[in-house]
Design a protein around this ligand. Sequence first.
Ligand code: SF4
Length: 353
Amino acid sequence: MAMLPREKTRQVNVGGVTIGGGAPVRVQSMTCTRTTDADATLAQVHELVDAGCDLVRVTLPSREAVESFRRICAESPVPIIADIHFDYRLALCAIDAGAAKLRINPGNIGDWSRVDAVIDAAGEAGVAIRIGVNAGSLERSVAEQDGLTLPEKLVDSSVRFVQHFEDRAFTDIVLSAKAHDVPTTIETYRSLSRELPHIPLHLGVTEAGTSLQGTIKSSVGLGVLLAEGIGDTMRVSLTADPVEEPAVAWGILSCLGIRRRGPELVSCPTCGRCQVDLIPIAQEVSRRLQDVTSPISVAVMGCVVNGPGEASDADVGVACGKGSALLFKRGEVLRKVPEDAIIDELFREIESL
Ligand code: SF4
């Protein structure tokens, strides 16, 4: 696939994890536990890191959560991003508590003096800020402008915020401008990458829905942009266990050949030629591959039409026949195995790699 070269944005350091400027596209997600419950939140941070998050965002919704947030920052294995809405004083608390980055929507922080207090404190502490513009919470002066499309409003708002931050000599900026629909997302981020080519972009389709719909919307929206070289960090938003989010993000990056984590399963859709019960076999192989982190390829194919070709191209593969399968490893036929032993024999060879 012909990929456009990745846009060269200004690099931002978030607690030792770089975003933009040629760094790998960073995967992030957000906890959904109560921030006041540090144990539960840290447990979820660890789950998200195990699932592939480079960074994790945690909401700081109240003063009562500050001490717990401080402990989360101190004990997290990855830098923590504080999610702040409305109250600029909580942004100041988050900086003091050890956040590596803030996510704020300047439009809901209040007057510029409050935003400036956050910018100045972050600048002094070396804390990055994501300006998170959202279609659902555009500031009124932009939302009420006649004659502008939603992408134009999102871009207009973003450009004004970035200019304000830069006028104040703050440059550790990451930018997002999210909408819940895919065409708006694509048009908005394409414009942002043209208007603000130096600013690292955080990609996401917000409020994308439950697992299947959210995966489809994120894959199409973020996939198009990433294939065009746009985007420096990403969050897949699902109404689901957040641990599902990095898996989808990594899937998108792997499909595009941008970043690879874990195995790739090649399996056929089955048809009238297939003479084994392939679907449960492929599903079980897929489930067991979730425990494998190395970037191997595994093929599970239903018959001899495409089976031997795909199975021999994969690191390990099977091409099924009548009640049995030929087992391949790195292009060589190893042996014939009965249908009820396909999965175990496949994993015996995967473990030996
Ligand atoms: Fe059908 Fe064989 Fe192709 Fe699978 S590999 S879809 S069983 S023809």
